[in-house]
Design a protein around this ligand. Structure first.
Ligand code: SF4
Length: 322
């Protein structure tokens, strides 16, 4: 694991890296990933029932797994959806099921846990499995949108086919899936994708895979093509940082200051990661992602949480990817 940069100046020594273009074929990645975007209207509110959470800066209350959140309405919609942050539930705005909720609701089961209480426990067990698989599909489709990864596109397509086949299993078959083994297999492809895509950054991009960068001062850091897989960037000050072409898969960006940062062409960056960070109107986003509504016009670094005061994480079914 590389040495943490916490408290040090922005890294130097890779100034020779030239412009890093956005390497994604966005028309392709957007079209193929529509089914992997959460459609809450087609879901039985699974993330609001199946998952537990603890009272913290992210959640106003504690809730056990399998118990419906008191804010979940009879139509499976959230009663405080438009004011989640103001109501003490910012953790709900940074969760993404990658479309697993509607798949389990409409394809795997078809009837809700309220209509068929006997199936509820099984449905709640299947949901995290499906989420794992859909998250992998999300990343694999992104890999397919990267022309630089063309040498392994046939293997990526094979992994997509296999993963999609797994998602179509019965509840019993889904619960038998060796998720860890499948993730490991897919991760090999994602790592190779990252290497191929970042090779264009000059070969001397910084490697901070899995690094502890909590609260790090990385203002205006040159992180073009950096490997930030699974890095802990909680509360880091990345104001004005150049993150073009960086691999951010699984990076923890909670409370990270991204005001004015350039995220063009970032690899494997998700909307949930962005929602958990703090950017502003000057943050340059990849075309496939949306500027979170709660971001201010101008980011104030002083408002970022300091190291050691990280918000609590909603228990998720995903492992950190490195
Ligand atoms: S507050 Fe709303 S979005 Fe969050 S768990 Fe409860 S019902 Fe779901």
């Amino acid at each position: 694991m590389p040495e943490p940069l916490t408290g040090r100046a922005a890294p130097t020594g890779h100034k020779e890296i030239k412009h890093v273009p956005d390497t994604h074929d966005h028309a392709r990645s957007g079209g193929d990933r529509l089914a992997l975007r959460a459609d809450c209207a087609s879901c039985f509110g699974l993330c609001c029932v199946a998952l537990p959470f603890a009272a913290s800066a992210d959640f106003a209350i504690s809730k056990d797994a399998g118990r419906p959140c008191p804010n979940l309405q009879s139509d499976f919609r959230c009663g405080i959806h438009s004011r989640l942050r103001d109501s003490g539930f910012p953790g709900c705005t940074v969760f993404d099921c990658f479309g697993a909720g509607q798949k389990v609701s409409q394809v795997t089961f078809g009837r809700s846990w309220r209509d068929e209480p006997d199936t509820a426990a099984r449905m709640f067990e299947v949901f995290p499995v499906m989420r794992h698989l859909h998250e992998l599909l999300w990343y694999l489709h992104e890999a397919l949108s990267l022309p630089a990864a063309r040498p392994i596109h046939s293997e990526v397509r094979g992994a997509i086919d296999e993963t999609e086949r797994l998602t179509m299993g019965t509840p019993g078959e889904l619960l038998d899936v060796d998720v860890a083994a499948h993730r490991e297999k897919v991760n090999v492809l994602l790592l190779r994708t990252s290497e191929l895509a970042r090779a264009g950054a000059g070969g001397r991009a910084p490697d901070h895979r899995g690094a502890d960068l909590i609260g790090a001062r990385l203002r205006k850091a040159d992180l073009r093509g950096a490997n930030l897989r699974g890095a802990y960037l909680i509360g880091a000050d990345l104001t004005g940082a150049d993150l073009r072409g960086a691999d951010l898969i699984g990076a923890d960006l909670r409370g990270a200051g991204l005001g004015g940062a350039d995220l063009t062409g970032c690899l494997f960056l998700t909307q949930a990661q962005l929602n958990a960070a703090r950017g502003d109107a000057a943050t340059v986003l990849p075309p496939s992602l949306t500027r979170p509504a709660h971001w201010p016009e101008h980011w104030q670094a002083e408002a970022a949480p300091t190291a050691g005061r990280a918000p609590a994480r909603r228990p998720r079914s995903r492992e950190r990817r490195r």
